[in-house]
Ligand binder design. Structure first.
Ligand SMILES: NC(=O)c1ccc[n+]([C@@H]2O[C@H](COP(=O)([O-])OP(=O)(O)OC[C@H]3O[C@@H](n4cnc5c(N)ncnc54)[C@H](OP(=O)(O)O)[C@@H]3O)[C@@H](O)[C@H]2O)c1
Length: 329
């Protein structure tokens, strides 16, 4: 089978399409013919081995491969079709069109991937094509996790910092579906995209600081690493909630003191990405609460361009690679 592989860490052009061995499913696994995969920031970080959290470099390097990557086929969030399965799999069938997450097994940059049936993989919503569906699991699962933690009530005001990314764009849609008034913070090229996703107000962070002025928020969902913690807490209403999806050690520590000694709550979390959450997202897609966020679709050969577009943040929405030689829907 063909797969986009990388045999050394480096710039986008280390990605090469090669012939590799097709995986064989174990008894508890499903073999999926991958149709589309989202290109994420994490894919680019694993490829280049440049991570925002510097102190974690050595443990990560040991885990991913000291001299060269141990897993040479990237790809975590995908859509595809089940072609066969091991004898112990009962919950899915050959022919099912699915979407989901490959977790740390990765491998969805290849034409076939074999994954445990217990992973977060469910039937794809009928009203999304493969490319659109592949863009949901990363952003949708993480956003849903945080929006549930925020316990948003109808009419509450939420500010989403970093709203133009995969997680932010889904958080916008989920918050709107819960009846919140949403203010999005990101840079100007993402404004039209975010208005299409339904935001009520937009702040361009390159021109304006959201903490200036009198406006306060019941919830602040922060996706931006190194954002100013005190400013975030200061714009909360009494009893307001701050949620960090990208906490550093200082934020973790300060969150404890905020929640313990003030009437505001600060929390950080790492999403679990469960099947129940993916089924909820499927339902939200089918009832129209979540719309597709695709920016551009690339072929396997154009994987370096796809990575470049994610790294340079020219995108407005999600970047997808169509796997195999199928025509796009
Ligand atoms: N806690 C968890 O469980 C969890 C899980 C997955 C991912 N994450 C983390 O969550 C973050 C967001 O993920 P994602 O996939 O949505 O990332 P993403 O697609 O890169 O989105 C981040 C967005 O924030 C914008 N941004 C950058 N600096 C900003 C600033 N100062 N103010 C406002 N917006 C700013 C970016 O725009 P520009 O860069 O173009 O300005 C981009 O639109 C990542 O850092 C990821 O590591 C956390």
């Amino acid at each position: 089978m063909k797969a986009i592989t990388y045999s050394c860490y480096g710039p986008p052009n280390v990605l090469k399409v090669k012939d590799v061995e097709k995986p064989v499913p174990k008894d508890d696994e499903i073999l999926i013919k991958v149709q589309a995969v989202e290109v994420t920031k994490a894919d680019c970080e694993m490829r280049s081995f440049k991570f925002p959290v510097k102190w974690f470099w050595l443990p990560l390097r040991c885990a991913f491969g000291l001299r060269k990557p141990k897993r040479q086929i990237l790809g975590s969030y995908f859509s595809g079709e089940i072609v066969s399965m091991g004898k112990d799999v009962l919950n899915l069938s050959a022919g099912d069109e699915v979407f989901g997450a490959a977790q740390l097994r990765l491998g969805a940059y290849g034409e076939f991937v074999s994954l445990p049936a217990s992973y977060t993989i469910v039937r794809k919503p009928e009203n999304m094509n493969f490319e659109e569906a592949a863009c949901v699991p990363l952003g949708g699962l993480n956003a849903l996790h945080f929006m549930r933690l925020a316990n948003i009530q109808k009419g509450e005001r939420i500010l989403i910092n970093g709203a133009g990314g995969s997680i932010g764009a889904h958080a916008v849609q989920i918050a709107k579906s819960l009846g919140a008034e949403v203010t999005a913070v990101d840079k100007a090229i993402k404004k039209d995209f975010l208005l299409r996703m339904g935001v009520d107000a937009f702040i361009d962070y390159t021109k304006e600081d959201f903490s200036n002025g009198d406006k306060t928020y019941d919830v602040l969902f922060d996706m931006v690493p190194r954002s100013a913690y005190s400013k975030c807490i200061n714009v909360l209403t009494p009893n307001g909630r701050y949620l960090s999806g990208n906490p550093n050690l200082a934020v973790m520590l300060r969150s404890f003191f905020t929640s313990r000694f003030t009437n505001k709550t600060a929390r950080f979390a790492f999403a679990k990405e469960t099947r129940e959450e993916l089924l909820t997202l499927k339902q939200m897609i089918e009832d129209g609460s979540i719309k597709p966020i695709v920016d551009r679709v690339y072929t396997m050969q154009a994987a370096p361009e796809a990575h470049h577009r994610v790294e340079t943040e020219e995108r407005t929405g999600a970047i997808v690679i169509k796997i195999g030689d199928r025509q796009s829907d």
